[in-house]
Design a protein around this ligand. Structure first.
Ligand SMILES: NC(=O)c1ccc[n+]([C@@H]2O[C@H](COP(=O)([O-])OP(=O)(O)OC[C@H]3O[C@@H](n4cnc5c(N)ncnc54)[C@H](OP(=O)(O)O)[C@@H]3O)[C@@H](O)[C@H]2O)c1
Length: 285
């Protein structure tokens, strides 16, 4: 299997490289080596490397900043995936693209299935939804993995922010009225690998953590593992606060759990995020 990876320096891109199966060849590209918004560049790299599959781990992921950077968010999250799909179609390879729980409005009361109606609340979610549509319009056999609340040992994420804040403060107010499923980027990478190995059918798959929590409950899990593993001397007190007490430029869904039923029929289990936390937090010591 020859894999062209985009966004190689991001959380998913880094974890994907760490898990590359033996015998697979990879061309891992960051935004300097391959800017997915430039179609000619995409076509040149694909025609030269001749991958069997393109794994798109590149994205504009700054949810709040996207509210004031519509054009950039749309170029990276909509035009970029379309460019990759066009090149995949022209040069005869498959595309795996990654999307988000933020394509939903959060009004559901049970985990979202792949066919549920989308209604993104912010610019980021809208740009990711347009990216999904652009990919499937060009290459219906492409695989799109929607995921949520991503963390890893790489890059910036909620886990690292919480551990930093815990060093600075003894009490933290964390949002407790938004619920979702944390997902370890290493497990997303592994899920993509299994889908490719199983030659899974094209279309959208939901993949996220196996346990739904609020942000404040997620923070408490992080702190208890950090104390157990000696990364923190003591956990700060976590006070649950309402979304209105932590205003952000982008509106977020209050509920965004994803049903992993479909992907589990392809031998992929949901992300055991508590296990992943207990493996990566000790390395932050
Ligand atoms: N993070 C989350 O909580 C979350 C939640 C749900 C879904 N997702 C989705 O999961 C996927 C992976 O997210 P992640 O957290 O791994 O993202 P990330 O850590 O923010 O990495 C994204 C990467 O995209 C690259 N990139 C940006 N613009 C590019 C361009 N024009 N051309 C090529 N590369 C470009 C960046 O590369 P440089 O560093 O080289 O600029 C960055 O390394 C994304 O599709 C995201 O939408 C993420």
């Amino acid at each position: 299997m020859r894999v062209l990876l985009t966004g190689s320096r991001g959380q998913l891109g880094s974890c994907f490289q760490d898990r590359l199966p033996a015998g697979w060849e990879i061309l891992a590209t960051d935004s300097e080596q391959l800017d997915i918004t430039v179609l000619e560049q995409v076509k040149a790299v694909v025609s030269q490397f001749k991958p069997d599959v393109i794994v798109n781990a590149a994205a504009y992921t700054a949810v709040d900043k996207a509210e004031s950077e519509h054009e950039r968010a749309s170029a990276i999250n909509q035009d970029g995936p379309r460019n990759l799909a066009l090149a995949a179609k022209e040069f005869g390879c498959r595309l795996v693209h990654v999307s988000t729980d933020y394509v939903f409005d959060g009004e559901a009361d049970k985990p979202y299935c792949e066919q549920d109606d989308t209604n993104p609340l912010g610019v980021y979610g809208k740009s990711k939804l347009e990216g999904e549509k652009a990919v499937l319009a060009v290459q219906p056999e492409a695989i799109i993995v929607r995921t949520a609340w991503v963390f890893s040992e790489y890059g910036g994420n909620f886990v690292k922010t919480m551990l930093r804040l815990a060093q600075e403060r003894t009490t933290l107010g964390i949002v407790s009225d938004q619920r979702g499923c944390p997902t370890y980027a290493g497990d997303i990478a592994q899920a993509i690998i299994v889908l490719l190995q199983n030659r899974a059918a094209g279309g959208i798959y939901h993949f996220c953590g196996d346990k739904e929590v609020s942000w404040s409950e997620f923070a408490q899990s992080i702190f208890s593992i950090a104390v157990e593993s000696g990364v923190l001397a003591q956990a700060p007190q976590v006070n649950g606060i309402g979304t209105e007490q932590y205003p952000t430029p982008a509106k977020r869904p209050k509920y965004s759990s994803l049903s992993c039923q479909k992907i589990s029929e392809n031998s992929v289990e949901p992300s055991n995020w508590q296990l992943a936390l207990s493996k990566i937090i000790p390395s932050f010591r």
